[in-house]
Design a protein around this ligand. Sequence first.
Ligand code: F6R
Length: 610
Amino acid sequence: MCGIIGCVGGQEASEILIEGLRRLEYRGYDSAGVAIIDNGIVQIQKVKGKIADLQKILNKLRLKGTIGIGHTRWATHGRPSELNAHPHHSKDITVVHNGIIENYRVLVPILKKKGYVCKSETDSEIICHLIQMYLDQGLKMEKAFPKALCQVRGSYALAVLYEKEPHRIYVAKNASPLVVGKGQGENFVASDIPAILNQTRTILILEDQEWGFLEKDNIRIFNLKGQPIRRSLKTIQWSLATTEKDGFRHFMLKEIYEQPMAVQNTLSGRLGNGHQRIDLPELEPLFPRKKNPFERIYIVACGTSYHAGMVGKYMMESMARIPVIVDLASEFRYRQPVLDSRCLMVVISQSGETADTLAVVQMARQKKAKIVSICNVMDSSIPRISEATLYTHAGPEIGVASTKAFTAQLVVLSLFSLFLGDLTKNLNRKDVISAIESLSKIPSQMKKILRPDAVYQRIARKYAHCPSLLYFARGINAPIALEGALKLKEISYIHAEGYAAGELKHGPIALIDEGVPVVVLIPQDEHYDKTYSNIEEVQTRGADLIALATQGDKLIPKIAKETIFIPKTQWFLSPLLFSIPIQLMAYYMADYKGTDVDQPRNLAKSVTVE
Ligand code: F6R
């Protein structure tokens, strides 16, 4: 989704803005632009395409201004083009915007009648005209800006320059993320923390319906009524290295390799009493007197996080014997779900900003359901309105395709399920202790799978030209088959489908023909024999089998073209280990094809619009 960066202070803005835009690239974009106040005049430069092209232009211009705003655009309203790229401009006002102004079609003709004509096809442009209109009516900027904000409906994160106040950046936020960074004699604004982490670690997070301004030595925030807001600053602890590639070809590969550490960090402090107990103090207020007040659990999320939720259902139902319903946030919010205070709503979101998931939390709150969110980005919008948040400690995830955040979500879901199993007495002490023992081994088992292995390059060479791949598995690994297909599709653009193996006979087996690549996940669990029968069915029809099997399995290598061995673990933890080869397979296929692995076409890292 669109990214915003802004700076005001001592350093030349053009360098800071370009570096910030680079750090926002991972969110996905199709055009970029900046506005810099140079010698009192706003200079706007925009390009369709890459930030490097924008940088070339700025290098030639050599602007010395120290105040500016920048934007990466991910097109929603209006095709990708230079005209539609931000910043947008109206006489004295220059605006960058992330979000969607839902009532722009109503506002465009009203503004036109008054002589303010939109030149682009975007919803965003009306914002600068609205502010300008109020300025022209004689209002001061500190009145005109909030008045314009009150006229727009929808979501916005905004950074605004006013040529007559060339020492200030105005900012505002509603339902799209925006953070302010405090420096020494300079201040910053950005869509997310990694964009300014090289400049400052002191952050102020704006809340919905707040606006304010930044000057070199001053940050002021107000609500829409104009009342000042006092907010404490936060110090960010992540190291800068976590937001850089560290010698890996892509962020995605680096993040795949960071999984043992991400799991370790997510477990850290949660295995209490010398690894005898699950400690999730965040959940305690929801389970007074250590009793379960909930009749059922909904797990709601989008994309990869939804697949984590599907795995969570297997864990929770088995360990806690509480019915679990899993749904896509984009569907759930428009159904009439039966929701009340007896429901526990578990929402999963790496970014904590996904528009559909956020809307589900708002809906569940109205229905008095209790909300536990599982998020990776601290203090993002979803945690801020949840009763409790179980953070995954995967560190910043920059690659658009989610990897380490996904396995960290699986860790949290397994801890949560063990917590519930213990609470409902469906698990005894021995079960919990043995589960903890297996969980603690996961990082070292992951490292074994992550050893550099030519198998993925060989698979890529052999199958990257194929038009389509099928993935299948049973039980708790069926969602990992879906995730494998999603990973491959999104970064390699190769068509792929994932199925629960039992579904093959109900349709997909018709796709099997000589040489069709089929990826099967077959751990040695209670489903082994049934999945093995499915393997034989596709193999006799000519499929090329790529199997992920448990270490020591003697049968599978005899029937599969390629076998990748996975260390043995307890059933509910096998998705954590089986996820890694499917990520690596997708990565090497995409890299072999030469696609833009970290920023696949049309995709955005945090989907802050519907
Ligand atoms: C796929 C992927 C997406 C996200 C989805 C939800 O690799 O990353 O499918 O999982 O957009 O995002 P979050 O988890 O931030 O709510």
